[in-house]
Design a protein around this ligand. Structure first.
Ligand code: SAM
Length: 257
């Protein structure tokens, strides 16, 4: 059976939010960010345009019949739609969560434009309050980095507890490096990526100042150790570009224990 046709990509309004001198204030996922978000994330996150279609591939492999799939921090629904297109098992439910009403309103619009008919429940709430259970695939695509570091272990334990045997968490994050030299090299390459995508030095430095209090990156080793402690059996890094990675945390499959 052929899969339903994909929707056309969300309209790309050029991100010029940091192009002119502005008063420093913390970055927020408000209406002005939601408006330019597809362009902002594509030009700012190396690998984002590869990771999104791979979320579909991974979902296709791990979604289980009769289970729930969650996209926590769904923004405009790019990862939600990838999951929707990847789910081929019967009786799955798909739930997208974001605490930015500006994001959720636009996300509803993009979900409605998509011609895959799997129902999607969107919740405008703090993902720390989201009830989780019977999960086969959960995605945190560049979202955990915005969660209070003290609350991350508890959230990942709740996700692991809610995940069925053989189910997965897809976790994409900006990371930092133990080695100051590697940190400097990867940061420079990330900034070069942004320059190559048309961001000026002023935009790069103002965005960096705005985001550094709210996006707290951790090392790959810290992520892996915490995922294993949370109850996942395997952690596989399936993608890395500069200081951006995506991991697959897999819950033990009882049939292979
Ligand atoms: C970088 S964006 C995620 C991008 C999206 N997953 C994608 O693939 O396009 C991070 C999102 O997480 C949301 N977010 C951050 N902290 C949250 C929280 N505690 N609860 C719910 N959503 C949160 C933000 O509002 C934002 O929309």
């Amino acid at each position: 059976m052929t899969k339903p046709r994909r929707p056309s990509a969300p309209e790309q309004v050029t991100d010029r939010l940091f192009a002119t001198e502005r008063r420093p204030e913390d970055f927020r996922f408000d209406a002005s960010v939601a408006r330019v978000f597809p362009d902002m994330i594509r030009r700012s996150v190396p690998g984002y345009t590869t990771i999104i279609p791979m979320i579909e591939v991974i979902t296709e492999q791990y979604a289980q019949p009769g289970s729930r799939c969650y996209d926590l921090g769904c923004s405009l629904g790019a990862s939600t739609l990838a999951m929707r297109h990847g789910i081929s098992q019967p009786d799955c439910t798909l739930i997208g969560v974001d605490n930015s009403s500006a994001m959720i309103e636009r996300c509803e619009h993009y979900i409605a434009l998509d011609d895959n008919t799997l129902p999607v429940t969107l919740r405008c709430e703090d993902l720390l309050d989201t009830e989780l259970g019977n999960a086969s695939v959960t995605t945190l695509n560049f979202t955990l980095q915005f969660v209070d570091p003290d609350k991350r272990a508890g959230l990942l334990s709740r996700i692991a507890d809610a995940t069925l045997p053989g189910g997965v968490l897809i976790l994409s994050e900006k990371i930092r490096f133990e080695s100051a030299t590697e940190q400097a090299i990867q940061t420079r390459l990330h900034h070069e990526f942004k320059r190559a995508n048309g961001y000026s030095d002023l935009e790069i430095s103002q965005k960096r100042t705005a985001i550094e209090q709210v996006l707290i990156p951790e090392t790959l080793a810290a992520h892996k150790a915490r995922l294993l402690a949370a109850g996942f059996e395997q952690v596989v890094v399936w993608y890395q570009c500069f200081n951006f990675v995506s991991m697959l945390a897999i819950k033990a499959d009882q049939s292979t224990e």
